[in-house]
Design a protein around this ligand. Structure first.
Ligand code: C2E
Ligand code: CA
Ligand code: CA
Ligand code: CA
Length: 280
């Protein structure tokens, strides 16, 4: 920007400054958000492609701030991570998800989703009390640990794998399942996958969305599905939006899927209506 003249440089400089200010204001508001009870969870169904049954539900956080309105996670999770606020926020999310899942087990009966998926950030996984917090939460809500899937990204596996793998081992020892989120977009080598204690691959939506236009996407999808079968991992395809994508996934033998074709993430009452209408 510098070489393009002073005017341009000044503009660049100011927007950097504004961005920094915005981030600081968000950080300040985030610090108060838990006490003010401003977070809400939305719920996206995960569907069994063979039976059409509800396989589970992914919890996705939103931030309902009085000045900003409903803020999407892409606009605050990275700031929460940089400021370590993701640790208390993530704890709130897990507790709320457990409370809600336990309530559904009582109120929705056979329509209750069999399991629930919660996203976990790297800092949470590295936090020494994490495994105990998770097991306490499940115990207090009388939830079998096999009902909980924790979703982590490939990048979490790659950085400090020693500590992370110990945490994953401890979680799997108590029965919690581990999903690799956005699989295929990170840097993990396919040949190392068997070394990690994981249960599920969630295939990133870039592979699903580009299946028809980009030939490589379909080929890669096929490779991932074959690999998952060899390693006895379950597979969830993310971002299914069209009946054509669904049909292709079914023809490739993909087990589970999630995406706008089935439902966008829903507020709690909307999700309950969805679950009551779904086959079981
Ligand atoms: P993610 O875990 O990969 O979540 C899936 C995202 O894709 C969600 O966006 C969802 O609304 C969107 N999505 C679902 N189906 C479709 C589809 O068919 N097409 C398209 N185009 N998009 C679809 P959302 O809710 O905005 O979340 C964005 C990201 O924020 C999440 O990506 C996750 O990385 C992070 N996030 C959300 N909730 C939490 C949380 O509770 N804790 C942490 N640590 N991160 C979270
Ligand atoms: Ca996820
Ligand atoms: Ca994902
Ligand atoms: Ca198998």
């Amino acid at each position: 920007a510098k070489s393009q003249g002073r005017g341009c440089y000044a503009l660049f400089d100011q927007s950097m400054h504004e961005r920094a200010e915005t981030r600081m204001r968000i950080e300040g508001d985030l610090r108060m958000a838990i006490q003010r009870d401003e977070f809400v969870l939305h719920y996206q169904p995960i569907v069994d492609l063979e039976s059409g049954h509800l396989e589970g539900v992914e919890t996705l956080v939103r931030w309902n701030n009085r000045d900003r309105g409903l803020v999407q996670p892409n606009d605050f999770i990275s700031i929460a991570e940089e400021t370590r606020l993701i640790i208390p926020i993530g704890e709130w999310i897990l507790k709320e998800a457990c409370r809600q899942f336990a309530e559904w087990r009582r109120t929705l009966g056979e329509h209750a989703p069999p399991c629930f998926h919660v996203n976990a950030s790297r800092l949470q996984m590295l936090n020494p009390g994490f495994v105990e917090m998770v097991t306490d939460c499940l115990y207090e809500n009388d939830i079998p640990s096999q009902c909980l899937h924790l979703e982590i990204t490939e990048s979490v596996l790659i950085q400090e794998p020693g500590t992370i793998v110990r945490t994953l081992d401890a979680l799997r020892d108590v029965g919690v399942l581990i999903d690799i989120d956005d699989f295929g977009t990170g840097y993990s080598s396919l040949s190392c996958l068997h070394e990690f204690p994981i249960d599920v691959l969630k295939i990133d939506r870039v592979f699903v969305n580009n299946m028809r236009s980009v030939k490589d996407a379909a080929a890669l999808l096929h490779v991932i599905l074959t690999l998952a079968d060899d390693l006895d991992l379950q597979v969830i395809a993310e971002g299914v939006e069209t009946p054509e994508q669904l049909a292709t996934l079914q023809s490739m033998g993909c087990q589970y899927a999630q995406g706008f074709f089935f439902s966008k993430p829903l507020a709690v009452d909307e999700f309950e209506a969805f679950a009551m209408k779904a086959a079981n």
